[in-house]
Design a protein around this ligand. Sequence first.
Ligand SMILES: C[S@@+](CC[C@H](N)C(=O)[O-])C[C@H]1O[C@@H](n2cnc3c(N)ncnc32)[C@H](O)[C@@H]1O
Length: 314
Amino acid sequence: MKDLKYKSEDTNQISDELQICSTDDGSISLKSTKYKERFHSNTGAKKEAQEKFVNTSNIQRFKKGQEICVLDVCFGMGYNTATLMEELEDKQIFMTWWGLEIDKRPLEIALRSSTFKTNWSKRILTNLKSIQNSNQFLDTFYNGQIIWGDARKTLRQISPKIKFDLIFHDAFSPKQCPELWSEEFLTGLANKLSKDGRIITYSRAAAIRASLRRSGLVIKSILPTDPKTLDWSIGTIAIRRNSKETDDKSNKFTQPLLAREEEHLETIAAVPYRDPTGDSLSHEIKKIRAYEQSNSSLKATNSWKEKWGDTKIE
Ligand SMILES: C[S@@+](CC[C@H](N)C(=O)[O-])C[C@H]1O[C@@H](n2cnc3c(N)ncnc32)[C@H](O)[C@@H]1O
């Protein structure tokens, strides 16, 4: 597909250009020049939403007539929410939804693309268009609203009384966007979980897992679905310790951490990203972490890599 480019100035004063690209499942994605990353993996934007975020939501536990509460952090083009709506279709489950996103362009670009629109039912497209036009949607079973802005600040605008059954966390990688992976931000998300709620993310980074665990959550690994892959994990789910969901053995998409993953958390890769004020710049967060890593008594991550084989992500 020919790349199309959309330019804007963002809040960090660095020009960000979004380029449309295609993925292997035929769904479109975007690449950000500021973050130097694609929004989705090459294998497929829609496939990724299904495999990493929706399969692991374990929606079979929700019953007809029940109301669930969902938070989509880094809504972007809306794949994770739209795929969840598709999965909930006909189940007669009520959903209250909140979205957090800093940039309106990904959804605008998505809704201008006929390739994107062919993925979704009329009902889902109506809800996505409503988010674009009025920052909210309402239909028979769903009501939702998006808050535009830096998620570190907008998260605080959600009443502490609201607790989420599902929190999707789909920021750019910790190396590119550490501000949304700080221990403080992750703890803020953990505090918003309902009793049996779960945070779901594609990240398997040791720093993220260690922070989620320190915030009182039980960590599980998301299993790769491709039988030919050498990948050991495609993400993390985090559940409150006293939840009955922690020993749910029926979910074939997740499992407790393997020895390799536990040992990963004993290396300097597990040193957290810190942002106590909630407004540090990316480079400041990375600098403080690098300093902490250089003074850490944790094992070198290289020896862990040598023991277990190479990995793409720390
Ligand atoms: C990997 S993309 C998310 C993909 C999205 N879930 C989808 O399905 O299209 C990361 C998103 O994070 C957003 N973002 C970056 N920094 C942010 C911040 N501080 N607060 C909220 N959103 C942010 C970007 O604009 C981008 O849309």
